[in-house]
Unconditional design. Structure first.
Length: 76
């Protein structure tokens, strides 16, 4: 069994977030306006630079108009 790697998980989550945002044709500013999360923070999340709270995860789902589960639907 492979050991869990926080940094790798954050990068994969961020890449998934970016892919979803791009597939919806949204800019960082669009997600920010709908979620209330600053654009610079969304960029940091997409780059895997910060770990986020559950409430931020919920705000991202609302901002992207998707189910919460889609944000964490990726393989490690």
């Amino acid at each position: 069994m492979e050991k869990f790697n926080d940094k790798e998980a954050l990068k994969k989550f961020g890449a998934n977030l970016r892919q979803i945002r791009n597939s919806k044709g949204m800019k960082l500013e669009d997600v920010s306006a709908h979620s209330g999360i600053d654009t610079s923070d969304i960029g940091k999340i997409e780059r895997g630079e910060i770990n986020i709270a559950f409430s931020t995860l919920c705000k991202l789902a609302i901002g992207l108009d998707i189910r919460l589960s889609k944000l964490v639907d990726f393989d490690f």
